[in-house]
Design a protein around this ligand. Sequence first.
Ligand SMILES: [Zn+2]
Length: 410
Amino acid sequence: MEIRFLGGTGEVGRSAILVNDSLLLDYGMLTGNPPQFPVDSVNPDAVVVSHGHLDHVGAVPSLLSGDARPPIHWTPPTEELTRTLARDTLKLHGGTYDCPFTEAELERVAQVSNRHGYREPFEAAGHEVTFYNAGHIPGSAHVLVDDGETRLLYTADFHTGDQRLVAGTTARPDADIVICESTYSDVEHEDRTTVEERFVESVETTLWEGGSVVVPAFAIGRTQELLLVCEAHDIPCYVDGMGKRVTRMLRQYPGFVRDPDALRRATSHARFVTGRDGQRKRIVDQKAVVVTTSGMLSGGPAMTYIPAIRGHPTNKITMTGYQVEGTPGRDLLETGRAEIDGRIMPVSAQVEQYDFSAHADDDGLRSFLESYADASVLVNHGDDCAGFADDLRADGIDAAAPELGERLEV
Ligand SMILES: [Zn+2]
């Protein structure tokens, strides 16, 4: 089997792996200014997508330019999320170099889409492919690829621990080669129950003191997780931004969430913001909790809420996800100020961070890899893939961290 890494090596973003020059696994983008895309143009015979996050699907519609119509294989939520993200990319960057595809290419997605459930093998570019629940976000999959000689397991993003929205991964299909993500290889997550308790107590304290709480959250996965937390602890909350649409969409796929009834309750518990008639201003004035995009404060209705509440230390901003370097969210955590909507703003409101991660930490990655003691491990999707590969080798595991553009015969 030949494997080529077109992105996602030593970085979190633009994941793309070409197998046997014919089967493409993921085709993402690296958000930033400007965004970056997988290296080299590809013309795959088929595409398999692990899950609906921008760094895995962001450039997928561009594979349908010209006469190219490779079939695309994914779970139903992954297809829906890809469309949502692609529409958003068109809205933000359409017609510029920062958008690698056109409206017409996005429309072609329907012609080539093949939806699959977990543990239902299918054929793609002459390979047998099977999805297994990766416990990361709804619809997320480990991808097992068998070319008749070699079995490759592409873990993609996964979590071994349970979240309210999705249960952790339990599948460990046999494989000769494992391409393993390493987003949190140098982190030990605080126990999830403890994180949740601290978050709830902090939010309740602020409300009791008469403050507002803005909860920046990624639209996909994190927003729903926080709505589930709010419902479980009876914290009244609003939800705003792209997370609203994603929440409604996920309700259509109960088989891909851990507890569909809980998601239904959480959805009716939260108040969906329309943004009409100055509603956002009223929400801020009435002292409330707002779960809103964007998770790293780089856009979305958070741009309205943060300036409105930043001036008073009774208010609180609770970051709930990984903050990429150079984003306003990261700057805010590190310096107490951030560029919001083109203006550098000092923030007097309290700023806190909670680790509601959807990725395995160091322990989780290692416990997953325990099932693959005899396999070769290729580490990708992390800031320090080489470091994690070194650690694994020190533990006797055959591990390496491929470079960008590298072609491996395995
Ligand atoms: Zn992901």
